[in-house]
Design a binder for this molecule. Sequence first.
Ligand SMILES: [Ca+2]
Ligand SMILES: [Ca+2]
Length: 192
Amino acid sequence: MWRGLILTGLLAVAPPGFAQDSGVADPLLSVLSTLPQATAKRLRQAPERMQAETLALIHGYGTNGSIGAEELERFIALERAAIRARTLRPLLEADLDNDGSVSGDEVRALAATLSAEARGRLMLAHAAADAGRDGTADAGELRSHAASEAQEKLSEADAAALRVILAFDLDGDGRTDLAEVGRIMAQLMQDA
Ligand SMILES: [Ca+2]
Ligand SMILES: [Ca+2]
């Protein structure tokens, strides 16, 4: 998706003539020219932070110092699963009869044991999950609620921004390695 976006920001920081020197297709330049604007902006504003995040991703979810599309998608899926689990946990703690649904009585029983702040969060979460507004968040509603939280907290736009790391694959072997990230970041810091 981001490949189709036109970059205007990043190349604007390049010295005059830098981007126009198109005699040779430099993979570094073509990568920089295809970044979505939001990512380019972030890179320009905080290259060290972006580099640290990218390296952490490669170390944490890649293999032997590089990461490919499959591993990146797995990371995104793991993050969304973790968000779903965090969303469901306080609600499931109220499922006293373990029938997979959280009734109003059940949620109030748990709420009564919590601090004012946690009680407020729980009641709001229960109301948000109870899409049918019948007072009970049933299993299907809980599942949908968790899924929409995951989509909201790690949106398609967030996922697209993460996938930008795959564009740092300068040698075109389908994987982005630590050296490639180093080259991209060095170039960006030099231009900044
Ligand atoms: Ca129940
Ligand atoms: Ca590569």
